[in-house]
Design a protein around this ligand. Structure first.
Ligand code: FAD
Length: 510
């Protein structure tokens, strides 16, 4: 019986600590018996590795996730200090028949993660590094590096040489590079260079059996790592393309509208950005529907951003159509690339980044255009469910209109990421304080209804869902593409590289 309860493990940890008189986090001691007896693993780990057991402050802190809905159940945490530590931990878990899961930014929220039952968390944080190649064209990024660390390190290095550098990361600062990147990865620079995954040049991976390998475009696995990568291994480092920045300046205009302007705002977005794909590569439009009690105590407002690269203020040609609609307020700010996350409320200190004990399911859908009638229907439902002091009042409906030229310029068949032709990444995020399964069901019903409205409005046969935002009940076709060849290829690769399904917790292929 290998499913020891948390209580038993805690007791064993406590025994181990008192027996040696050391803290678990520095002494790397843990349970002494059963499959979780970590002594055998400890002998193989580097001095930099850490093991955290339940009942310790370190364990509590290192197991907190952004969404508490259907969380993985963790019994022991290993914090590798080296790549070999990752490999040894995987081998150890396999020997003991224990499930394991890499933790990085811990912002993954797909409910399939909940299938990790009494397993080993492999916390990647010590494998955080950014090494810029001498030719300045690539950087080797450790498997546990956060988005912000990548951007800040490149930026700082550039300041010293006088040549500022960037790469595509997630727009949000609090996610890792690889969590988003293995599923595609959207970010501010994708209009120029494509998705995060499109930047990858090679990868160091710990495979399902604990062996280490380095792959690049010559490997049959390469295609799958760019869109379905969570299913195949733990990436301990990735070499990724970097670029000299084209423009130092960026600017944003934030327009706030009442809900009465839904049709006008999204018609204008269609007319000026989406119909005929006229959104320029250096312009991004985003919007949120959320409650802002100052602006309107009764109904969510529309926060509409127009962002432009290479200017000190957004060109009025892009903002005038929205000013003409009559916003409640408008604010223009200028700065640099590194200000974008703060401007759009997704910096490390912003509320959406925090791990606050909330359930955070999302229900994503990729779209080409806004269907204005569907936007109205969705707004009315969202407003009635999220209004005032209701259970779902912290919810946010997100509409991400990144520029797409870089993404769409890459052969769609060249990656497991399947949805390059879409223009918009849209998702209701139903945020609430968890209570019971009835509430979870109500939240899921609301999210599904909102997505269904937009899906019906899209006129498409198939629903396309970004795996990194997905709820967890989507089909394989909805996650990885409707084409039979894609599904066959993924299944064949899964059989070859992970036949026992060790990496089958995050939007699993099998
Ligand atoms: C506030 C917020 C902002 C977001 N912003 C963006 C954005 O700008 N762009 C975007 O595309 N997505 C974004 N997302 C979605 C994001 O891509 C997913 O939430 C992603 O899972 C987060 O990765 P993580 O490392 O933070 O989470 P984790 O939960 O730690 O990781 C997610 C999954 O990836 C696996 N994993 C992590 N690291 C590795 C590795 N080194 N090797 C193998 N597997 C690994 C984990 O095992 C897990 O299954 C955002 C999400 C949130 C909550």
């Amino acid at each position: 019986m290998h499913r020891l309860t948390i209580e038993v493990i805690t007791a064993m940890c406590a025994w181990a600590i008192s027996a040696v008189g050391q803290s678990v986090s520095t002494g790397r001691l843990c349970p002494q018996g059963g499959p979780y007896n970590m002594i055998e693993l400890v002998k193989k780990l580097s001095p930099a590795a850490r093991i955290y057991c339940p009942g310790t402050e370190e364990f509590e802190e290192a197991s907190i996730r952004w969404s508490v809905l259907e969380e993985p159940k963790v019994n022991v945490i290993v914090v590798p200090g080296t790549v070999d530590d990752v490999a040894e931990t995987v081998k150890f878990a396999n020997q003991r028949k224990l499930p394991f899961l890499a933790y990085n930014g811990a912002h993954g929220a797909v409910t399939t993660l909940g299938k990790m039952d009494h397993g080993i968390e492999i916390l990647m944080h010590q494998l955080s590094s950014v090494e810029i190649a001498k030719d300045g064209k690539t950087a080797k990024v450790g498997g546990g590096t956060m988005s912000k660390t990548v951007t800040d390190t490149l930026w700082e290095a550039g300041k010293q040489t006088g040549k500022l550098m960037i790469t595509v990361t997630g727009a949000c600062e609090c996610v890792s590079l690889l969590g988003p990147g293995l599923g595609g990865g959207h970010g501010w620079l994708q209009g120029h260079y494509g998705l995060i995954a499109d930047q990858f040049v090679s990868m160091d991976i710990v495979m399902a059996d604990g062996s280490r390998t380095i792959i690049d475009k010559t490997s049959s696995l390469w295609w799958a790592m760019k869109g379905a990568g969570h299913n195949f291994g733990i990436v301990t480092a990735v070499t990724t393309k970097i670029y000299d920045i084209k423009h130092r300046d960026w600017a944003i205009e934030t327009l706030v509208f009442g809900g009465d302007k839904v049709e006008a705002v999204y018609q204008a977005a269609n007319d000026h950005f989406l119909t005929n794909k006229t959104q320029p590569v250096d312009v991004i439009h985003w919007s949120y529907w959320l409650n802002n009690l100052d602006a309107n105590p009764n109904k969510p407002v529309i926060i509409f951003y127009v962002i432009q690269e290479g200017v000190k203020a957004v060109d009025t040609v892009y903002t005038k159509p929205f000013h003409d609609i009559g916003p409640l307020s408008a604010e223009a700010v200028g700065g640099s690339y590194t200000d974008l996350a703060e401007w759009t409320d997704i910096s490390t200190s912003a509320p959406p980044c925090q791990k606050a004990g909330l359930a955070n399911p999302r229900f994503p859908i990729y779209l080409e255009l806004y269907n204005v009638t569907a936007q109205r229907k969705a707004y009315d439902l969202f407003a009635s469910a999220a209004r005032g002091s209701s259970t779902f009042s912290r919810s946010v409906f997100m509409f991400e209109g990144y520029s797409m030229q870089g993404v769409q310029g890459i052969d769609p068949e060249s990656t497991a990421f399947a949805f390059r032709d879409a223009n918009l990444l849209v998702a209701p995020l139903i945020t609430y304080l968890p209570a019971d399964s009835d509430l979870d069901k109500r939240a899921a019903k609301l999210g599904e209804q909102l997505r269904q409205i937009l899906y019906e409005g899209s006129g498409r046969k198939e629903l396309r869902a970004y795996i990194n935002y997905s709820y967890g009940d989507e089909t394989l076709q909805q996650w990885y593409g409707n084409e039979k060849w894609r599904q066959d290829r993924l299944q064949a690769l899964k059989r070859k590289y992970d036949p026992e399904g060790k990496f089958s917790f995050y939007a699993p292929i099998a």
